[in-house]
Design a protein around this ligand. Structure first.
Ligand code: 5AD
Ligand code: SF4
Length: 434
C-alpha cells in the first residue's frame, strides 16, 4: 500500500511518526508525500489544546470527501486516539483504524486487519514496553538531527494537562539502549541528537539525566546534544552544571514556567513557586549568559486575576527569556482543572496573550542584538543556497541564521561552520562565514 502520515503536535509525535513509518516500510508499504496519492492515511494527532483537536476533526472531514472518490483507509493515531478511543468512530464513522500512543508497534497488525475488510479496528491498550522500540526500524525524516526517545510518559499531575492520560506513566529506556541508538546514528553520519521525553530530567534508566548527557557526550563524532522537555522541579544543580560545562550539550534550555503567580502555579499543580523557579535558573550561574532560555506560558488559567497576570509579566522580564511559547488556557477532558470555573472572558485572555507575546518579541530582539559581533558555531540547514551566496543555519542556542558566504560558496548541509553575527532581527540573526 501507499501510505501518508500527517503529524501534529510536539517532537514526540514527530518521532512517533518516524517509528510508524518504519513499521509500515518494514512490511513493504511505500511512503508518499500527499494524501491524494495514498491508499492509507494516518493522522498522528495531538490533544493538548482544543484547537489541535478541531484541526484533526476538520482534516477527517476533508478525508471523508476523498474516501468517497477512491478506496482509502484512514487511521487516527497518537494522543487524540488515546484520549477519545472508540468515540472517534462515533464522531467520524469513516475512520478505519484507531491506535493509541502506547500501542504503536501494533500498527502493522491493525493495518492488515483493516485491509482485509475488518471494520473499525482499535488498539488503545497501555503496553508497558512501548518505549522499547527497535531503532533500526525507525524511518528518520531529518538527516541532520536524530531524535532519540529516552523516556515516555509523565508522572507529574499538572491540573490542566492531558499528557498523563494520553502518554501514561513514566517508562525509562535503559542507558545501554540509548547509548547504542546514539552510536548507531553517529555511525550513519548524524552529528546532532535530540533526546526526547515529556520530562527528560526525571530520567532514571540506570543513571541520572545529567550523567546520561555526560555519557552520550563521550561518543566520538557527536557534536551537539539537545533535549526536550523539562520540569523545573527535576532541574538539578548537577544538570545545570553539565549544561554549562559540557561543550557537547547545546547551550539551550527549555524550562516551562507556565505562570509567575504562586496562586496560579499552586492551582496548576506545578509543585514550585516563582521564587523556586528563579532558584533553578540561578543554578546556571554565569553560564546563563551563554545559554538561550526558553519557556512555555499559559494565560487565562481559571481565576487568573490582573495581579496574577502581572506576576507572569514580571517573571518574563526577570528571567528575560530568549524565547517563549504562550497559549490561552484550554479546558481538557478528564483533567482536574475542569472543576475550576473558567470564567475569564475570552477578550481578556486574548489581550493578556497579546501583551505577553509583544513583550517576548522585544526580549527576543534584544537577546539577538546582544549577539552581534559574536563568533560562534552554526549548523548549515539548507541543502542549497537561498539566493546566491546565502544559506540557512542554526546556532547551538537554536536561533535561525541567515548566513552570507562567498558568491560561489557551497556549504555542506549538516556541517558546523564558524560564523560571525553581523545583524539581528526579532526572528533571526544575520551572519557571515569566517
Ligand atoms: N491549555 C493551554 N496550554 C496548555 N499546555 C498544556 N496543556 C494546556 C492547556 N490545557 C501548554 C503548556 C505546555 C505546552 C506544551 O502546552 O504550556 O508546557
Ligand atoms: Fe500534543 Fe502532548 Fe501528545 Fe505531544 S504529548 S502530541 S504536545 S498532547
Amino acid at each position: 500500500m501507499k501510505f501518508h502520515i500527517e503529524t501534529w503536535g510536539c517532537q514526540m509525535n514527530d518521532h512517533d511518526s518516524e517509528k510508524l513509518s518504519g513499521l509500515l516500510v518494514k512490511e513493504g508499504h511505500e511512503p508518499v508525500a500527499s494524501a491524494a496519492d495514498a491508499d492509507l492515511v494516518l493522522l498522528n494527532t495531538c490533544s493538548i489544546r482544543e484547537k489541535a483537536v478541531h484541526k484533526v476533526y476538520s482534516e477527517l472531514g476533508r478525508l471523508r470527501e476523498e474516501k468517497e472518490q477512491k478506496p482509502l483507509l484512514i487511521g487516527v493515531v497518537g494522543c487524540l486516539a488515546q484520549q477519545d478511543k472508540e468515540a472517534i468512530f462515533k464522531r467520524a464513522p469513516h475512520v478505519d483504524i484507531v491506535l493509541g500512543t502506547m500501542a504503536i508497534k501494533q500498527l502493522p497488525k491493525l493495518v492488515g486487519e483493516a485491509a482485509a475488510g475488518r471494520k473499525r479496528v482499535i488498539d488503545t491498550q497501555e503496553y508497558p514496553d512501548n518505549h522499547l522500540f527497535p531503532p533500526e526500524v525507525t524511518q528518520r525524516s531529518s538527516t541532520a538531527k536524530g531524535l532519540v526517545t529516552i523516556i515516555e510518559g509523565c508522572n507529574h499531575a499538572c491540573t490542566y494537562c492531558v499528557v498523563p492520560t494520553t502518554r501514561g506513566p513514566e517508562r525509562h529506556r535503559p542507558v545501554a539502549d540509548v547509548l547504542g541508538e546514539v552510536q548507531g546514528l553517529v555511525q550513519r553520519g548524524y552529528r546532532e541528537v535530540e533526546l526526547l521525553g515529556q520530562n527528560v530530567n526525571s530520567y532514571a534508566g540506570g543513571c541520572s539525566f545529567a550523567e546520561l548527557l555526560d555519557r552520550i557526550s563521550e561518543i566520538d563524532g557527536l557534536e551537539w546534544i539537545r533535549f526536550t522537555t523539562s520540569h523545573p522541579m527535576n532541574f538539578t544543580q548537577e544538570l545545570a552544571h553539565v549544561l554549562v560545562a559540557n561543550s557537547k550539550v547545546a547551550p539551550f534550555l527549555h524550562l516551562p514556567v507556565q505562570s509567575g503567580s504562586d496562586k496560579i502555579l499552586r492551582r496548576m499543580g506545578r509543585q514550585y513557586t516563582s521564587a523556586e523557579y528563579l532558584e533553578r535558573i540561578a543554578f546556571l550561574g554565569e553560564g546563563r549568559n551563554r545559554l538561550s532560555l526558553s519557556t512555555d506560558f499559559i494565560v487565562g488559567f481559571p481565576d487568573e486575576s490582573d495581579e496574577d497576570f502581572e506576576a507572569t509579566m514580571r517573571i518574563l522580564d526577570q528571567v528575560a527569556f530568549d524565547a517563549s511559547f504562550s497559549f490561552v488556557y484550554s479546558p481538557r477532558p478528564g483533567t482536574p482543572a475542569l472543576k475550576y470555573k473558567d470564567d475569564i472572558p475570552m477578550r481578556v485572555k486574548s489581550e493578556r496573550l497579546a501583551r505577553l507575546q509583544a513583550r517576548q518579541t522585544e526580549l527576543t530582539f534584544q537577546s539577538h542584538r546582544r549577539m552581534i559581533g559574536c563568533v560562534l558555531q552554526a549548523r548549515i540547514e539548507s541543502h542549497e543556497p537561498t539566493e546566491a551566496g546565502h544559506w540557512m543555519a542554526r546556532t547551538g542556542q537554536w536561533q535561525n541564521v541567515h548566513l552570507k558566504a562567498g558568491e560561489d560558496s557551497t556549504l555542506p548541509f549538516g556541517e558546523l561552520v564558524s560564523v560571525k553575527i553581523t545583524g539581528a532581527g526579532p526572528h533571526f540573526l544575520t551572519a557571515e562565514t569566517l
